[in-house]
Design a protein around this ligand. Structure first.
Ligand code: GLU
Length: 450
């Protein structure tokens, strides 16, 4: 591995970012991870420094924070905090999901919006970067409570949205049900049926086939490209997947379709180990239909070992897929995986590996698929949903899936090309950061200082 030099300009921008965002360590982590790989570009492109592109790129274009009052089922008035980080619109309207989770704060929104900007750039499509959400915990809330919350949330956010302005979608805690309530309220407030204002919609009212599957399927398509390039195979391999939400579910699905054995999965309740392979249909029903956790799945299925409160990373595997949340895989987990012989780690969640974990993988020459490239399939199909909405079209599952495969392949090729040119051939992390950055940077330069 080539040593990554810290260029003086990058050091200077990092200092500014740290000072300006000192209470948001997660955002600083995301910035550090990207800027740390951009050094090799600075000699070839002096305009990055002369136009101070990096400092400009690290400051979101606009950040919204708003009060979300709502009434619970017993009549108490509750208050949450809503957010939208409109990070970058140089490549298209702000695009990115909404996350409803108690741990949401401005730092989390900014880290996700920052990542989204590069991810969306890598897709090659016309979408800028944004992210939003609220510190609302959907866990244990009734359907009516979720509906009232979504309506209140949208009553403020709607004025900032539009198919050519800002286009949200789902993320953790925001799925088909929430998108329905949010879109319904948007439609009522604006008195317009603007399908392209949100993605992840229901299939009967403007949603795209294969959007639900897209992130997880894309993760596996990307992993498969990495494996093939490195002379490895998915067929017959032992895989483990963390998480049991949308990304994890459809990662498991595609891994199984391509012949891999998914022997373990996990969520906040613990880890399920099933040597015969996870039963996708059961897991999907428990997670998607019943909104329950893997402990429920473990109680329903025969021949399953449930490890309460334990992480999945202690289960020996060939390939690991962190698909739960940020910083879920730390240095100790990485060491455990390496000592158990892992050969590839492909990130399905946004920034799931800590910097220390990534250092362990780097040291051990483990192939790592970075989230901004590997999980870009979801937002890519969101852009295809926008395209279908704009043309009043409806594409088949197969058509969308084929386009998804083409996009994932092109993202992989960008990563390889940039890794090869600016870092080392298998440094897909540097490749993704540089590939994503270059397109955004070129657009910013074209627009001048705005
Ligand atoms: N939340 C997803 C992501 O992290 C999807 C965003 C979208 O479809 O706009 O990329």
């Amino acid at each position: 591995m080539k040593h990554r030099r810290a260029h003086p300009y990058i050091r200077q921008v990092l200092e500014i970012v740290k000072k300006r965002n000192h209470s948001e360590p997660i955002f600083i982590q995301a910035v550090q991870e990207v800027l740390g790989t951009l050094g090799p570009l600075l000699e070839e492109h002096p305009e990055i420094e002369s136009q101070n592109l990096l400092e400009r790129l690290c400051e979101p274009e606009r950040q919204l924070i708003f009060r979300v009052p709502w009434k619970d089922d017993v009549g108490n008035v509750r208050v949450n905090r809503g957010f939208r980080t409109e990070f970058s619109s140089v490549l298209g309207p702000y695009k990115g999901g909404l996350r409803f989770h108690p741990a949401v704060n401005m730092g989390v929104m900014k880290f996700l919006g920052f990542e989204q900007t590069f991810k969306n750039s890598l897709t090659g499509l016309s979408i800028g970067g944004g992210k939003g959400g609220a510190d609302f915990d959907p866990e244990g809330k009734s359907d009516d409570e979720v509906m009232r919350f979504c309506q209140s949330f949208m009553s403020e956010l709607f004025r900032h949205l539009g198919p050519r302005r800002d286009v949200p979608a789902g993320d953790m805690g925001v799925g088909a049900r929430e998108i329905g309530y949010l879109f319904g309220q948007y439609k009522r407030l604006t008195n317009q049926y603007e399908m392209g204002v949100m993605t992840g919609k229901g299939i009967g009212w403007g949603g795209s086939l294969a959007r639900k599957e897209a992130t997880g399927f894309g993760v596996v398509y990307f992993a498969n490209s990495m494996l093939e390039t490195n002379g490895l195979r998915l067929d017959g391999a032992r895989c483990i997947v963390s998480g049991a939400g949308n990304v994890a579910l459809y990662t498991i699905r595609k891994l199984q379709q391509l012949g891999a054995q998914v022997v373990a999965c996990s969520d906040i309740t613990g880890t399920v180990v099933q040597e015969s392979g996870i039963d996708f249909d059961r897991l999907r029903a428990v997670s998607e239909d019943e909104r329950k956790h893997v402990d429920t799945y473990a109680g329903l299925v025969h021949g399953v070992e449930f490890r309460e409160g334990r992480k999945v990373w202690e289960v020996p595997c060939d390939y690991a897929f962190p698909c739960a949340t940020q910083n879920e895989l730390d240095e100790d987990d990485a060491k455990k995986l390496v000592s158990n012989g892992v050969k590839l780690v492909c990130e399905g969640a946004n920034m799931p590996c800590t910097p220390e974990a990534l250092a362990v993988f780097r040291e051990a020459d483990i192939i790592v698929g970075p989230a901004k490239a590997a999980n870009a399939g979801g937002v890519a199909v969101s852009a295809l949903e926008m395209q279908q909405n704009a043309g009043l079209e409806r594409w088949t599952f197969q058509e969308v899936d084929e386009q998804l495969q083409t996009i994932m392949k092109s993202i992989f090729n960008t990563c390889v090309h940039c890794a090869d040119k600016y870092a080392t051939p298998t440094d897909y992390i540097a490749g993704a950061n540089i590939g994503g950055f270059l397109r955004v940077a070129q657009a910013m330069l074209s627009f001048g200082v705005v």
